[in-house]
Design a binder for this molecule. Structure first.
Ligand code: BEZ
Ligand code: FE
Length: 285
């Protein structure tokens, strides 16, 4: 046998070994593990569906257009990850918490750093709105003790189903966003509007993919929260409006039963709705 015969030439059966054999021994351990597994699963997928040359071309075109859709305001790859359930899976693996601690869900693309800091009770809606709502509750630890100094960063869509950053010429900057900090009793309360369901941006390749798969682009109505406090894991989550039509078919798989909150009508001057939700934080290890 000559020397050449020992080389791993590429074959259909030996495709994974041929590619992974090229990873140098100097490669960072974690990178080598991740890439070996990626190649293994990618090749298994191609073999499983026996991908045609034409389908491969469609995939390359799709990924190209997905990249071309991205700019500083639009991240089509994150949207792709969201609708494939990848974002929620990464989030679940990285945010395992004991029972009773508030669960995470997807951050989404519409969070903005530097939203206004408000005193408790203030209104985050700068545009007004018909379905006015009081949001309230407590931030606690797993033993039920109040958490003082918890920072609560909130944001939601307008009554037309758009975030302020999607309509910079229509909505005031920081409309329906704000940051609140709890006092010694851990209580929070603020005013705003009842969120509405809305479609994720669906005018790009991800939207086209959803249409081809017979999927709608809607998310059930929700209020976003990031709750952080020194010594505790940060919770990135939403509360969802109970009864929303899209709770069981969220385009990005973000709904968890524990995050569904009821909204009660109230007869209280200008406020039409009230929703209460307690956040339970897990101490950092
Ligand atoms: C959001 O809730 O803001 C969102 C999440 C994922 C994709 C698009 C929007
Ligand atoms: Fe949202």
């Amino acid at each position: 046998m000559n020397e050449q015969a020992k080389i791993d030439y590429f074959t259909e059966d030996g495709s994974v070994a041929a590619v992974n054999a090229r990873i140098s021994g100097d490669t960072h351990d974690r990178l080598a593990d991740v890439m070996r597994s990626l190649v293994h699963h990618l090749h298994a997928f191609i073999k499983d569906v026996e991908l045609t040359q034409e389908e491969w071309g469609v995939a390359i075109d799709f990924l190209t257009r997905t990249g071309q859709m991205c700019d500083e305001n639009r991240q089509e790859y994150i949207l792709l990850s969201d609708v494939l359930g990848a974002s929620m899976l990464v989030d679940a693996i990285n945010n395992r918490r004991p029972t009773g601690a508030t669960e995470n869900t997807v951050l989404g693309p519409f969070h903005v750093d530097g939203a206004p800091e408000y005193a408790m009770g203030e209104n985050i809606t700068k545009q007004g709105g018909r379905e006015t709502c009081l949001f309230e509750g407590h931030v606690k630890d797993l033993d039920g003790n109040p958490v003082e100094g918890a920072r609560i960063d909130v944001w939601c869509d307008s009554e037309d189903g758009f975030y302020d950053v999607q309509q910079p010429d229509v909505q005031p900057r920081h409309n329906n966003r704000g940051v609140f900090t709890t006092g010694p009793d851990g209580r929070y309360w603020f005013r705003g509007i009842k969120p509405v369901s809305y479609p994720i941006p669906d005018d790009g390749p991800v939207g086209q993919m959803l249409t081809k798969l017979g999927r709608h682009p809607y998310r059930p109505a929700h209020m976003h929260f990031i709750v952080s406090a020194p010594g505790f894991d940060t919770v990135v989550t939403h509360t969802f409006v109970a009864g929303d039509d899209y709770l069981t078919s969220d385009a990005v798989f973000g709904v968890k039963e524990s995050l569904i909150a009821s909204y009660e009508p109230v007869e209280d001057g200008e406020t039409k709705w009230r929703t209460a939700y307690d956040f339970v934080l897990h101490r950092s290890e």
